[in-house]
Write a protein that binds this ligand. Structure first.
Ligand code: SF4
Length: 345
């Protein structure tokens, strides 16, 4: 099984003490918890959780920044944020149909670090690192070591975009694109903005959620300076993830002219009930974010225990429609390899 190359990622610094609140985002990223026992200890989980956490961590390393850890209730193994980041022994189970590359992205990679699946838009892997490692991530086995962006690879990707006038939108993804430094991102976005047929820049990120201090002046300089219309698709699965620091980060983004959308994954034991999904949509809107997609789980190896079956998913969404206005309803979708777009359920 291919696992993410830790060699590509920043070296861990043991996080034995909470960071000062003012720590820069880079420091928070570097000091994220990467030891499963440390995670258990900090949250008051007893020895019974340690073995599973170690086994899951061996397949996909644990990573939790302090700002996210602070929103997890201690001594509660059922906490919906904890369940997104705590490795479990279930991740070692082999489940038929659950594979390393559930979206067949390897078949849509015309250049390293570039994925072209859908008409009119192209995805660039802008960073191989994430600030948090979500246990259900469909790219948990992605060969980042083969797709880590170098300046030369970005030049090749830019050539690809320049030569195809049908491409209207560039999507920065990862890993998490905002884990890259602002100098590199500013360089890339400036060149994207110089491609006349490109209209939009879309950024898929979880960093403003897990380390809200990532939305700082340096980021807003390049993000607010591009001529491209800019959309940021956040990834939030539960209302508890949106604290006041996230709300403030979103406010700064909106003031810079960024449109904010959210995509969630429907996850068993985390948000698979009407109250949790309704509270999520309400809280998203309070933060100025529109619900966009509710994805069913991609069948990635190691994540089968999060699956909600299609019938239950449809029943949930029908019930959700009875309590939310239409503009707060996310679209329930599945991504099917080879299809021209996401498939509504
Ligand atoms: S932040 Fe996104 S890409 Fe990174 S592990 Fe989580 S789901 Fe995957």
């Amino acid at each position: 099984m291919i696992t993410r190359s830790s060699a590509l990622l920043q070296r861990p610094t043991p996080a034995t003490q909470p960071l000062p609140v003012q720590a820069r985002w880079q420091t928070q990223l570097a000091r994220a918890i990467r030891d499963p026992r440390e995670l258990c200890r900090r949250l008051g989980l007893d020895e019974a959780w340690h073995g599973g956490a170690e086994r899951g961590h061996a397949l996909f390393e644990v990573r939790v920044p302090e700002a996210y850890l602070a929103r997890i209730r201690p001594h509660d193994p059922a906490d919906p944020l904890l369940r997104q980041v705590l490795p479990l022994g279930e991740e070692t189970e082999v489940t038929p149909g659950y594979v390393a590359d559930p979206l067949a992205e390897a078949e849509h990679t015309p250049a390293k670090g570039l994925i072209h699946k859908y008409a009119g838009r192209v995805l660039l892997i802008a960073s191989p690192a994430c600030a948090v490692n979500c246990r259900y991530c469909f790219r948990r086995h992605f060969p980042y070591e083969e797709n880590a962006p170098s300046r030369a690879q970005w030049e090749a990707s830019l050539d690809y975009l320049r030569e195809d006038a049908t491409i209207r939108e560039a999507i920065l993804s990862g890993g998490d694109p905002l884990a890259a430094n602002d100098r590199r991102l500013a360089w890339l976005v400036e060149r994207l903005g110089a491609i006349p047929h490109l209209k939009r820049l879309r950024i898929h990120t979880r960093l403003p959620v897990v380390i809200p201090d990532r939305i700082d002046d340096a980021l807003l300089d390049w993000l607010g300076g591009t001529r491209l219309q800019t959309v940021m698709v956040l990834h939030i699965n539960h209302a508890q993830e949106i604290d006041e620091a996230v709300v403030a980060a979103c406010r700064r983004l909106r003031e810079a002219g960024v449109t904010l959308l959210n995509q969630s994954v429907l996850l068993r034991g985390i948000n698979d009930d009407v109250d949790a999904l309704a509270a999520l949509s309400e809280r998203l809107f309070e933060a100025g974010i529109l619900p966009y997609y509710l994805h069913v789980l991609d069948p990635v190896a190691g994540a089968a225990h999060f699956d909600v079956n299609d019938d239950d998913a449809r029943t949930l969404v029908a019930a959700l429609r009875e309590v939310l206005p239409g503009f707060l309803m996310p679209r329930l979708v599945r991504e099917i390899p080879g299809e021209a777009s996401k498939t509504p359920l």
